[in-house]
Every structure is written in structure tokens, then in C-alpha cells.
Ligand binder design. Structure first.
Ligand code: G4P
Length: 530
């Protein structure tokens, strides 16, 4: 059994998060290049060549050339098996993006050096913080004009409320970008502009007193570097591995993914600083993958109808402990049934591959005959426990929907219930009314398009959709509160979710605070309990 622990100890499973266009895809491609998975850069997502990413199964994705779903990529490097959970790069990301973070042990945040922290990064970051997972920062595009380094670090600390510790420090930016200074080895890694797609550029490291620096750096650049380093050493947070692992300190790296500069340095440090797969809370307390020998996994995403001809569903699971073997019998905790885990697949950059085995830390896709829900636990048949569920994330867009043809009410209800059960949308009803009014809530507006498309294509139902002005939702934590007497704001609506839990919708953020003020003892939460 020690073998299993040895294998698991080499797994590193992380999600890459960023605002669209910061360079997440480019960085992923370069990482895969080091893992020998991609022969050339540009294969993960080819915008111009219409070469679609792994996850672009659905027609709607193809039509728009964007990726709606998240995919998983695996490669090995330096004895480690690295699982990258990619997240949709489009502005209109979905709840899947959030859920993906629940399956990762740490996150890599890519920031555009000319822009600093942007909206989408902030949202995703909140989920990372909720989970206390380590967050690594890669500040990208130093080959373009960048913001001041101190300002960038300040921006992260202020906006995200997390201390930072730069591992290296950039020298200039844009045309004056000369490389990065490693604060630990005190060597300058000289910027070499590799051609797009080449694996290793010229790697040159120079000491601060190296004569070559005279010709390499522009006038004043060395003095500026020394000054900045002195300032940072004096005022910045010192490196503390425990704080990094507790998700309290983000190590920061500078580079340029496009020119493949700083990527390998980042990868190597990252692998050293991260831990093996983390323990997870269950109905039997913490399950530590380095102690628990039994197989266990939880479902974090369900992808329906990847192959239209078969109407198939794939349940993506994060293996938390033990070993998985294709076709094995296991226990589906929520379904209270023995299941055979068949057709296991793993994502390898361009295609789905059938796999025979996997272990804690890995992500697999299992054929789902329609029995799994997001958050379900699968365990060894003789070791039954349930992992803590995945919270429901706050939708930010709402619409009232109904079927265009009243005769199709049954199909319509079946469709939206199934799609909601997969976790592709959230549905709500007005309090104290029947099922007539259906309100759909989504994290990204694209999910509404996907809903309309799927109802038409899979259930043959056209819908009429009316956008609602709400932008903010809060779950009521203390359910004993008398809803009829709850005094809210004019823009507030009371609804309930599928499980009958009461919620409040608001058109304005500030109404949340006002409602709390007006109702003594009312506790509102941004995430729904699983
Ligand atoms: P995303 O997944 O975060 O949305 O970003 P993506 O990697 O697609 O990068 C967005 C754009 O930024 C791309 O340009 C990409 O080439 C460019 N980029 C990424 N990293 C760097 C970098 O280090 N330096 C510079 N200068 N540019 C970078 P594009 O023109 O939108 O696409 P493409 O035609 O190059 O594919």
C-alpha cells in the first residue's frame, strides 16, 4: 500500500485563474510544453485556426469559438504528475469555473502586468480564500509596458487582501525588459526572447557584479534594481512556506508567457512549494490521502450530451484518496448503491483518452447514466463516508422563463429540472406561489444561452426569456426567521430554491446591508450551503 502513498505524494493538482486575456492559455501551453505533452504551442486553444480546445464539445461553443466548460490537462515534470484544471477564459464564465476550484489543491493566478488585478480574478480569488488553498501569482506580459512593480504588489494586497512575497523581481518592462532578479539566489536571469513555440530559450544567469551587466542593462537599471530590492527586503513580507501553504501569503513570479520567459523558473519553484494532495473534510472527519488507503472521490462537474448521438453524461470526479482501476466496483454514497466505474477518461490536451488507473489527486471523467449530482461522493464499497458538499455559488444574472408553447409544459419542466440537477443553472420560484413562475439564476450570462439552446435541442422546447434586474442573491442562514414579516428594500424579491430554502434577490448591492439593518438577527450568506 505504501506504493499508493508514494504515487499520490507526486501529484500536484491546481487550477489556473485569470481575467480573460491575461495569458492563462499561453501559460498553460508553455507548461504543457515542458511536460512534453504539446509538440508545439498553440494547441490548447487556437483562436484563428478554429482548432478547438479539449472542452469545446458543445455546438454553441463551436459556433462562438469559446470554451464554456473546464477541462483537465495532465503532464509530468521532474518526477511530479501535474494536473491542471483549466477554467473557461471567456468573460461569461459559469459556475463550473467556481466548482473547478473546489477540486484543486492550489491556484495559480495569472495577472497582466499592464492591468493589475481585474474583475474576474477578484471573483475567483474569493473562492480560493474560502477554501484556504495556496495561491501563486504569475505576473505576465513583462515584455510589454508594465505598471510599477510595487504598485502591482500593492494592488494584489489591497484588492485581494492577501500578503505577497515576490520570489523574483523584474528589471524594466516592455522594450527595456532585461530579465528577473532571483531574491534567493541573487542571480539575474537574463531575458531571452524565444521564438513562439520553442521549448527552451537561452538560459543565462548572472551575478550582480558580473561585468556583462554593463552592456546588458541600460543606464540606471542596476541602481534602480538594487534600490527596489533593498526597499522590498526591508518592507515586504518575508518568505514563509507555512504561510504559503495556509493560503495566507502568495509567492509572486514575473515573466512573459508568450516568449516563454520565467515559465520554467515558476514551474520548478511551484512544484517545490506546493504540497501533495490535501486532506478533505468528510462525515468521518478529515480524510488524509497520505493515510487513507481506500478509494474515494467526489463529483465536481457534470458534462451532459458531449456526444449528441448517445446523449451521454460524464461525471468529473476528483479522486481524493486511494487508487482507481477502470471498471472497479464502488459505492455511490448519495445514491446508496453499488456502481461500476466504467469508461474512465482523462483529458490530454487534445483528446479524451481512456485510462486504466489513477490515484488521489487525479481527475477522471466517468460515464454517468444520470445518477450523479454535483458534490456526490464515491468510495470503496466497504468504506462509506461522504465528503462535504460543494457550496452553491451566487448567481449574478436572473431571468424569468416559460415555454413558448403551453402544451409543452411537461417537457419544459423536465428539461429545466434535469439541467438544474446537473448544476448548469439554478432555478428559483417565487415564495408562496405555485410552480408557474420559474426564475433562472446563473453566474455567467452565457449559461442562459446554453439553457435556451439545450432546451431546444435536447427537449424540443422553445422558451421565452425575460431578463430580471436582480444582480445579487443572499441565502437566509437563519431559516426560522418569519419571512412574511421580513422588511426589505423596494428592489428586493423573496424566492425559494429547489430544496425550498428561502433566498433574497436584490437589484442593488447596497440593499443587502440595508435589509440586514432593518431586520435584527437576520443572517445572510453569499454561498448556499451544500
Ligand atoms: P487568456 O487565456 O487568459 O484569455 O489569455 P491568452 O493566453 O489567450 O492570451 C491573450 C493574449 O495575450 C494573446 O494574444 C496572447 O498571445 C497574448 N499574450 C499572452 N502572454 C503574453 C506575454 O507574455 N506577452 C505578450 N506580449 N502577449 C502575451 P492575442 O493576440 O489575443 O491572441 P493570439 O493571436 O496571439 O493567439
Amino acid at each position: 500500500m505504501a506504493d499508493v502513498f508514494e504515487k499520490i505524494s507526486k501529484r500536484r493538482t491546481f487550477a489556473i485563474i485569470s481575467h480573460p486575456d491575461a495569458g492563462k492559455t499561453t501559460l498553460t501551453e508553455k507548461l504543457l510544453l515542458y511536460g512534453g505533452v504539446l509538440g508545439m504551442a498553440g494547441s490548447v486553444k487556437g483562436k484563428a485556426t478554429a482548432k478547438h480546445a479539449v472542452s469545446d464539445w458543445m455546438e454553441i461553443e463551436k459556433e462562438r469559438g469559446i470554451s464554456v466548460t473546464s477541462s483537465v490537462l495532465q503532464f509530468s515534470y521532474g518526477g511530479f504528475y501535474v494536473n491542471i484544471l483549466d477554467t473557461p477564459g471567456h468573460q461569461d464564465f459559469s459556475e463550473d469555473t467556481y466548482r473547478t476550484l473546489m477540486a484543486a489543491d492550489c491556484a495559480v493566478m495569472v495577472i497582466d502586468a499592464s492591468k493589475g488585478v481585474e474583475a474576474q480574478t477578484k471573483k475567483l480569488f474569493k473562492v480560493c480564500v474560502m477554501r484556504h488553498i495556496p495561491i501563486f501569482t504569475f505576473i505576465n506580459k513583462l515584455d510589454r509596458e508594465a505598471l510599477d512593480t510595487f504598485d502591482l504588489l500593492d494592488d494584489i494586497e489591497k484588492n485581494l487582501g492577501m500578503a505577497t512575497c515576490p520570489i523574483n523581481w523584474p528589471i524594466g518592462s516592455g522594450k527595456r525588459f532585461k530579465g528577473v532578479y532571483d531574491r534567493n539566489t541573487k542571480l539575474i536571469e537574463v531575458f531571452s526572447d524565444t521564438r513562439k513555440g520553442t521549448k527552451t530559450g537561452k538560459s543565462e544567469k548572472l551575478a550582480l557584479d558580473d561585468d556583462k551587466l554593463d552592456s546588458l542593462l541600460e543606464y540606471g537599471q542596476l541602481d534602480q534594481l538594487l534600490e527596489e530590492i533593498e526597499l522590498q527586503d526591508g518592507a515586504g513580507s518575508p518568505f514563509d512556506l507555512d504561510a504559503v501553504r495556509a493560503g495566507e501569503l502568495s509567492p509572486v513570479f514575473f515573466g512573459s508567457a508568450l516568449t516563454n520567459f520565467g515559465v520554467q523558473t515558476f514551474l520548478e519553484h511551484f512544484l517545490q512549494m506546493t504540497t501533495e494532495p490535501l486532506p478533505r473534510m468528510s462525515s468521518e472527519g478529515l480524510i488524509d490521502p497520505m493515510k487513507e488507503t481506500a478509494f474515494s472521490a467526489f463529483v465536481f462537474k457534470i458534462q451532459a450530451n458531449m456526444n449528441k448521438a448517445h446523449r451521454d453524461r460524464i461525471a468529473f470526479m476528483r479522486i481524493c484518496s486511494g487508487e482507481f482501476k477502470a471498471g472497479m466496483e464502488a459505492w455511490h454514497v448519495q445514491g446508496e448503491k453499488e456502481v461500476r466505474l466504467s469508461q474512465p477518461t482523462q483529458m490530454m490536451a487534445e483528446k479524451r483518452t481512456i485510462i486504466e488507473e489513477a490515484c488521489g489527486g487525479d481527475i477522471i471523467g466517468i460515464f454517468d447514466p444520470g445518477i450523479y449530482s454535483i458534490g456526490d461522493t464515491i468510495t470503496d464499497s466497504d468504506r462509506r463516508f461522504a465528503y462535504e458538499g460543494i457550496p452553491t455559488f451566487s448567481p449574478e444574472h436572473f431571468a424569468r422563463i416559460r415555454q413558448a408553447d403551453t402544451m409543452k409544459r411537461k417537457q419544459f419542466m423536465k428539461g429545466i429540472n434535469q439541467i438544474a440537477q446537473e448544476g448548469a443553472i439554478q432555478i428559483f420560484q417565487e415564495l408562496n406561489t405555485g410552480m408557474e413562475e420559474i426564475i433562472v439564476g446563473v453566474v455567467g450570462v452565457l449559461q442562459l444561452d446554453v439553457l435556451a439552446y439545450r432546451l431546444k435541442n435536447e427537449y424540443n422546447v422553445d422558451i421565452i426569456m425575460e431578463n430580471l434586474p436582480y444582480t445579487t442573491i443572499r441565502w437566509i442562514e437563519n431559516e426560522q426567521i418569519d419571512l412574511d414579516r421580513l422588511s426589505g428594500t423596494a428592489d428586493m424579491k423573496k424566492v425559494k430554491d429547489l430544496k425550498g430554502r428561502p433566498l433574497l434577490l436584490f437589484a442593488h448591492d447596497w440593499s443587502v446591508g440595508m435589509t440586514i439593518d432593518r431586520n435584527e438577527g437576520l443572517i445572510l450568506s453569499e454561498f448556499g450551503k451544500a
